[in-house]
Write a protein that binds this ligand. Structure first.
Ligand SMILES: *Cc1c(COP(=O)(O)O)cnc(C)c1O
Length: 484
């Protein structure tokens, strides 16, 4: 592709992007295709000769777009958000143009130094003390794995990497049932094993782990000759937004010298609003904390902010300096690959820099506050509706609910028996119809052994009217379901 053709297509892509985002609210939120429908339209063999861009681009609209679920849709209320924004998109374009590998300081000093600076901005924005250093990881999963590997090594006096884990004592990790599956995965990859992930029971309205039960579990393990390595606390669990009492958990961690990692993947972005920071009280005592600006801080995936109290423990765990990666004559510079699982790194700090500068912290706060306010408002409306039941109160902008019309199952509060199964089935059917309808997109979880619908507000362009339109759609579809 020559420069002039490239210029023309870069402009076309920019126009296409703006048009797409302007009109995305008119499309069904979740892709309305059957499995295999896109695959079958793609040629079985690659083209031997190059094809004109015009044809490739028109296939984007014809073949690919019908199979897209629109995460930037203003009525996307499923899962957690993966929100984005125009300044972030522009920065991603520039990042793609630079196509730099930012693994070492030397491979792009600006990328490293900008990362150090914007991570410190983020640290200040969420109110963590200066003792924390930040690094951008590819995902919260990657950050949690890096944290658990560090915890493992710390518990083993940094001998695990050298000698392997065979024949060693059982290493134990403590978490509630509410943590994300990335914790389970990290426990496996770190060689700790499913059997050593100790589930601590939860209590209270925030479904947080019971610190006394945690303390007892650690003591019992010590007495049995096992090695307590890490506690993973969740700040905004994925199911219903569970929050562990971090201050009390941190006190137990300190008492026993156990590494504490806080997974705030989704909720962490809201900590830029001081009024929500009650939820993170005690996080300043953790060893490690992760949150995803690529979820709720208007920054494209991938951008996971990982803060650690002791970067040396992290680099002693993950840092390798083979001869071909040495930066000669530059001791003391930061090489961020030593903080991460992968060697290669995109220039991810740039989009965060664009976002924070373009909006300013105060506007970012207002956007998140609005999401929280609308979620609370809708939760109140649902709570007051006799045909619906609020099954978990809003934690920030996430709540869960279900359809429980009088006469269906055993009514509100049903938790057991055949009636509960009927309500589960009814709500599963309702969810399917809502997502086939296309006006909005919701997903489910199990809570209190019931099938419940989750609702989270976090999309960049969502308005209060979008939230209420989604509610209208839910009510209308539910009423139709009852009628037959
Ligand atoms: C989304 C989520 C994760 C996983 O995030 P990735 O960045 O996709 O790995 C982990 N923990 C929680 C609480 C989450 O909500």
């Amino acid at each position: 592709m020559d420069d002039e053709t490239f210029r023309a297509w870069a402009h076309r892509a920019a126009d296409w992007s703006v048009d797409y985002l302007e009109g995305v609210g008119e499309r069904p939120v979740r892709a309305q295709v059957a499995p295999g429908e896109i695959f079958r339209q793609l040629p079985e063999t690659p083209p031997a000769a190059g094809e004109p861009m015009e044809r490739i681009f028109s296939d984007l609209d014809r073949v690919v777009m019908p199979g897209m679920t629109h995460w930037q849709h203003p009525r996307f209320f499923a899962y957690f958000p993966a929100n984005a924004s125009p300044p972030s998109l522009v920065a991603e374009f520039v990042t793609a143009a630079l196509a730099a590998q930012c693994m070492l300081w030397q491979t792009s000093p600006a990328a490293t130094e900008l990362e150090t600076r914007v991570m410190d901005w983020l640290r200040q924005m969420i109110g963590l003390p200066e003792a924390f250093s930040g690094v951008i990881q590819d995902s919260a999963s990657g950050a949690t794995l890096a944290a658990l590997l560090t915890a493992r090594e710390r518990a083993l006096g940094f001998t695990g990497n050298a000698t392997g884990l065979a024949g060693g004592p059982a290493l134990r990790v403590y978490a509630s049932q509410q943590v994300h599956s990335s914790v389970d995965k990290a426990v496996r990859i770190a060689g700790i094993g499913d059997a050593n992930l100790v589930r601590i029971p939860v209590t209270g309205p925030l479904h947080g782990m019971d610190p006394d039960a945690l303390d007892a579990a650690i003591r019992a393990d010590r007495e049995a000759g096992r090695v307590p390595a890490a506690i993973v606390a969740c700040l905004g669990g994925t199911g219903i937004g569970a929050c562990d009492p971090i201050e009390a958990v941190a006190a137990v961690a300190q008492r026993h010298g156990v590494f504490l990692h806080v997974d705030a993947a989704w909720a962490g972005s809201a900590m830029i609003c001081p009024e929500f920071r009650d939820l993170m009280r005690g996080a300043e005592l953790a060893d490690s904390l992760v949150f995803n600006p690529h979820k709720w801080l208007f920054t494209h995936f991938d951008c996971s902010a990982h803060f650690v109290r002791d970067p040396k423990a992290l680099t002693d765990t993950l840092g390798l300096r083979p001869a071909y990666l040495r930066t000669l004559g530059r001791d003391g510079v930061v090489d961020y690959n030593e903080w991460s699982i992968p060697l290669g790194r995109r220039f991810r700090a740039l989009k965060l820099w664009f976002v924070i500068r373009s909006y300013g912290v105060e506007t970012l706060r207002e956007m998140i506050r609005a999401h929280v306010a609308w979620a609370r408002e809708l939760a109140g409306i649902i709570d007051a509706d006799p045909d619906f039941e609020l099954t978990s109160a809003p934690v920030l902008s996430l709540f869960s609910f279900r359809y429980a019309p009088a006469g269906a199952g055993t009514g509100a509060g049903a938790g057991t028996g055949a009636g509960a199964d009927d309500l589960d089935a009814l709500n599963a059917r309702l969810l399917e119809r809502i997502n086939d309808d296309g006006r909005t997109y919701l997903t489910q979880t199990r809570h209190g052994d019931r099938f419940v619908l989750r609702f989270q507000v976090g999309q960049t362009t969502t308005t209060r009217a979008d939230v209420m339109t989604a509610w209208d759609a839910i009510r209308e579809i539910a009423a139709g379901l009852r009628a037959g």
